[in-house]
Design a protein around this ligand. Structure first.
Ligand SMILES: *Cc1c(COP(=O)(O)O)cnc(C)c1O
Length: 471
């Protein structure tokens, strides 16, 4: 398996070669040269596998330059009942016949990002050890991604994490989750500023190529191909959990932000999984719903981006979307390059009335939007009708999923976080605080370890240099 760029300007590379890099050298995203196809007999055999064995089958198709024995080991160490709460890793919960929740949020930070990030931590450590290299991950977070990255990288040899967050702007739970980590290789930096200031600092440091090179600065953003690959696995797992035979089709509903999760579903479908519809749900930030309804892709500015009660979907543009357009154009890199040259200048593109837009339907995509009152209603409805509590993001997915549910086709709604992370909205919906899983009960009382720094690029650089020299 070789990887190429969506913009055509990268000679084919192996998985290990693209693992640690962010964007391709031409500004595009790495994608497999071809999608592996799973034959009906293979799919039949996969039905009976447990999660680690299934993960090996899927991932070995994409990570074929890692020796099978090593990959099996990495997977076995990642997907344990200890880390994910059960041997199923991603159990399905049936609400009523034909309606299911796929539980993806029982990892260390109680959100689905752990499924990919925990594997990434082990893959990074393994790859760095082989070349005796180091990586200093620099990131900005307003909550979920930062904690998921820190829990994946804590204690890993050859890796340090420098995570910037806006001082006093995250929820108490999110703050405690990150700041209570005591590992020597994790550095929480609370910036006197807002999230955008944090992001600007990360950009400024990354654009200093000399500094970046000298101090081995890298990132863990959602465009990393290994994260997509890891997410493909649970589409297969969910499918097998709710069907009896591979003649059946299912639909998935996916609360979406950066288009990473649902893109993994698209790849599963391209590999041959019988998926009928991929139902994309947005919150008030409806840039993706607008595209799938009208053909217009119009990224928003920061000021046009709403702060909502499903904050992990508050995005202005969807970083993985370029990969989808690459497939939509029959992998026409010149066309993608043209479209994104315009997008990168702040423009929009409109595919309405073209063959490309018609093809989004052939790929099974359909979309809808949710908003605060709808997600609160959905949480209340599931609680009263099924005695199941879901979080605000999952609720957006369920709300839109139910609008498109078809008789005779099982609907699998992906759960992307546990309700305890968004307790305020849950209280608004059902009048009670969601129960916390064991081990999280007194999180806010644990000692915290963080550094407060002004929004000053040089101060951050100095801090990073000091810590690298000391540890
Ligand atoms: C990241 C995230 C999403 C959005 O997922 P994408 O892969 O960015 O589309 C949805 N819900 C939660 C809770 C998240 O953390």
């Amino acid at each position: 398996m070789r990887y190429i760029s969506t913009r055509g300007g990268m000679s084919p590379r192996t998985f290990t070669e693209i693992l640690l890099s962010g964007l391709a050298p031409d500004g595009g995203l790495a994608v497999p040269e071809v999608y592996p196809k799973i034959s009906p007999p293979e799919l039949e055999a996969w039905r009976h596998l447990d999660y680690p064995a299934l993960a090996f089958e899927v991932l070995s198709r994409f990570m074929d330059d890692i020796p099978a024995h090593d990959l099996r080991n990495l997977i076995a160490r990642t997907y344990t009942a200890e880390a994910f709460g059960s041997t199923d890793i991603t159990p399905a919960k049936t609400l009523e016949p034909g309606l299911h929740i796929l539980c993806l949020s029982n990892g260390p930070t109680l959100a689905f990002k752990d499924i990919a990030m925990q594997l990434l931590g082990n893959l990074f450590e393994y790859t760095l050890a082989k070349t005796n290299a180091e990586l200093n991950i620099l990131g900005a977070t307003s909550g979920d991604t930062g904690s998921s990255a820190e829990y994946a990288m804590r204690g890993k040899r050859g890796i340090r994490v420098f995570m910037l967050s806006p001082l006093g702007k995250m929820s108490r739970f999110q703050t405690a989750q990150m700041f209570s980590l005591q590992d020597d290789n994790i550095f929480n930096i609370a910036i006197r500023g807002v999230f955008d200031d944090c992001q600007d600092i990360v950009k400024a440091v990354s654009n200093d190529h000399i500094f970046k090179e000298k101090y081995h600065i890298g990132t863990v953003n959602s465009i990393n191909w290994a994260r997509i690959a890891a997410q493909i696995v649970y589409y297969f797992k969910g499918y097998f959990a709710v069907t009896q035979s591979n003649d059946e089709q299912v639909s998935f509903s996916v609360p979406s932000g950066n288009f990473g999760n649902i893109f993994a579903g698209h790849v599963a479908r391209m590999m041959g999984l019988p998926i009928r519809q991929l139902i994309l749900a947005t919150n008030e930030n409806d840039v993706l719903d607008e595209f799938f309804r009208t053909g217009l892709y119009r990224p928003r500015t920061t000021t046009e981006t709403h702060h909502t009660s499903s904050p992990s979907m508050d995005i202005s543009k969807a970083s993985n979307f370029e990969r989808f357009i690459f497939d939509l154009t029959d992998r026409n890199a010149m066309r993608v390059k043209e479209l994104w040259q315009s997008i990168d200048k702040g423009n929009a593109f409109d595919l309405f009335g073209t063959a490309l837009w018609v093809k989004t339907k052939e790929f099974g995509f359909i979309s809808g939007t949710s908003h605060h009152a709808a997600r609160i209603d959905t949480i209340r409805q599931l609680y009263h009708e099924h005695k199941v509590l879901i979080d605000t993001h999952t609720a957006d997915g369920v709300k839109v999923g139910l609008e498109y549910r078809e008789p005779g086709i099982p609907l699998i709604c992906l759960e992307t976080a546990l309700p305890t992370k968004f307790a305020e909205s849950i209280k608004e919906a059902v009048g009670l605080e969601p129960a916390r899983p064991a081990g999280f009960k007194n999180l806010e009382d644990l000692p915290q370890r963080f550094e407060v720094i002004d929004k000053d690029v040089d101060a951050i650089k100095t801090f990073i240099c000091q810590k690298i020299e000391q540890t």
